[in-house]
Ligand binder design. Sequence first.
Ligand SMILES: Cc1cc2nc3c(=O)[nH]c(=O)nc-3n(C[C@H](O)[C@H](O)[C@H](O)COP(=O)(O)OP(=O)(O)OC[C@H]3O[C@@H](n4cnc5c(N)ncnc54)[C@H](O)[C@@H]3O)c2cc1C
Ligand code: SF4
Length: 316
Amino acid sequence: MTDADLMLSLIYAGLVLAAVLSYSWLRRRAEIASRRSLADSEEAGLTEAPSLHPVVDPAICIGSGGCVRACPEKAIGIVDGKAVLVSPAACIGHGACAAACPVEAISLVFGSERRGVDIPEVTPEFESNVPGLYIAGELGGMGLIRKAAEQGRQAMASIARRRDPSFDLDVVIVGAGPAGIAAGLGAIEARLRYALIEQEEGLGGSVLHYPRRKIAMTAPVNLPVVGQMRFVEVSKEKLLDFWLDIVRRARLQIRYGVRMEGVECDGAGFSVHTTAGVLRTRSVLLAIGRRGTPRKLGVPGEELPKVVYRVLDPEQ
Ligand SMILES: Cc1cc2nc3c(=O)[nH]c(=O)nc-3n(C[C@H](O)[C@H](O)[C@H](O)COP(=O)(O)OP(=O)(O)OC[C@H]3O[C@@H](n4cnc5c(N)ncnc54)[C@H](O)[C@@H]3O)c2cc1C
Ligand code: SF4
């Protein structure tokens, strides 16, 4: 071996050693950050994911870190060489981690050992065990914008086949989140007599309450009347503007500030009790999500813009 060959081999060996050392250093740093997130979550008592979330099988996980790089919410990390949900409260359940795992060590589940979750049983058309009562979107167990919108659209196809002119309405859609908006567009396309009620003063459902400027990850969705929604990554504000524009163009009527208080099955149809009176309808689509309704204090001043019931900005 010549001196030049020896020099080249030493340079290669040095480069490989530097690459290995910097890789280990980066992994160590990432693991320290993950441990810190996990400790913060435990200290704050935020150890339960609110909805759909990943569960890692440690026997299969090889600690590749694919899930960590894929998670836009920084909810999952590597601890002791295995993937762990280090910020459960930050997880929104879109499953990018599970899709990125090279060894399929991640499954997406609802509920936990401590908190079970009842998922309603529905037919492939999203009809519950009460004929004419449909459930779409996150309430039915699928927590994603695209899935919710698709379910709303599909449920409406089945509801259209049940129409009966002896009722005031063909369908009452409850909730103007992604599922309810898509269902409303489906009702227009099928020329149904519909009422779409929303307890809030704005549309968008959970999206309306995302933190300011949050980037939503979704996949293209086919919407009735207006065609494809092509976003993949979009800010909360742009997504809401897009829906407002659709609602205006399709002339979708949303009755804002109207809350459903109960549903009564009366023979072949339903009476939907709302804060604005009773609606008689042949079918009902519940698209109310799972986020619930904040219990307000009922004190003067709570309607001021500076009073909020959800975190909109981390700096708040
Ligand atoms: C912080 C956060 C980030 C997320 N990020 C993403 C993401 O990046 N990508 C993604 O695909 N998904 C994301 N999701 C999940 C996604 O937002 C939800 O899965 C989706 O909005 C569910 O749609 P939905 O129509 O079923 O329900 P919701 O969006 O929850 O809408 C339900 C609507 O029903 C109304 N309602 C409820 N009860 C009543 C009543 N009694 N009377 C009248 N109206 C009622 C509510 O006010 C609400 O407007 C995120 C969720 C959260 C919380
Ligand atoms: S489900 Fe989404 S938010 Fe939750 S850990 Fe996986 S990628 Fe992150």
